[in-house]
Design a protein around this ligand. Structure first.
Ligand code: CA
Length: 225
């Protein structure tokens, strides 16, 4: 099992060529021809590696990378036609693992893929978090409750994830702000209440009961009563 690689490349000939070579090497592949669908696949899928063109329609490769890195550390090799120092530097700054300039020899690309995969061994499959009827697949970013699929936004998902990682523990608004929003927030913390209200209404509907409880003056707890 060599793993699944996502190819995000709008030039059909290059994408096809790379796809055939990768399959020949035993990798499974998916393709996207613009930045937006590439980002969607990258966020939803469980890829061992992503080959990401920089010049893409809809969203640039660098923008795809920037948004991907907020959520995932899937290794990324940038494909660039522009041999400019700026693109490489900003790409690496944004968390790309490597880059290769087009046109490239396929052997060189394969060698760089092997190197990137060696640095990022595929993690264990312990990606399931559960509490009572709720189950979360953190790799696929899917949530089910009582067998029903629950569609969550990115923030709602991250809030629920923090709950599931701390079952039956009362979490303060400040904890959500620093762990989910990623900053030390001074002042109003209503944003947490708003997101928890959204999340709670979606979960209540799917689960058929309430699992998120308000602890007045302290915060919130996820608990099955
Ligand atoms: Ca392109």
């Amino acid at each position: 099992m060599a793993g699944r690689i996502l190819i995000v490349e709008d030039e059909a000939a290059i994408a096809r060529f790379v796809e055939l070579e990768l399959r020949h090497e035993g990798y499974e592949t998916d393709k996207a021809v613009d930045g937006r669908s590439g980002l969607e696949l990258a966020l939803a899928g469980d890829y061992a590696l992503i080959l990401l063109d920089i010049m893409l329609p809809e969203l640039s490769g660098l923008e795809v990378l920037r948004r991907l890195r907020r959520e995932k550390d899937t290794p990324v090799i940038l494909l660039t036609a522009r041999d400019t120092v700026m693109d490489k530097v900003s790409g690496l700054d944004m968390g790309a693992d490597d880059y290769i300039t087009k046109p490239f020899a396929i052997e060189e690309l394969l060698a760089r893929i092997r190197t990137a995969l060696r640095k990022h061994p595929v993690k264990s499959t312990a990606t399931q978090l559960t509490l009572g009827p709720i189950s979360m697949d953190t790799a696929r970013r899917q949530v089910h409750c009582a067998g029903k699929s629950v569609e969550l936004t990115t923030r709602e998902f991250d809030v629920l994830r923090l709950f599931l990682e701390n079952p039956e523990i009362v979490l303060s608004r400040e904890t959500f702000l620093s762990k989910v929003w990623g900053y030390d927030y001074v002042g109003e913390t209503n944003v947490v209440d708003v997101y928890i209200r959204y999340l709670r209404s979606k979960l209540d509907e799917a689960c058929g009961k309430s699992l998120i409880h308000t602890v007045r003056g302290v915060g919130y707890v996820l608990r099955e009563d």
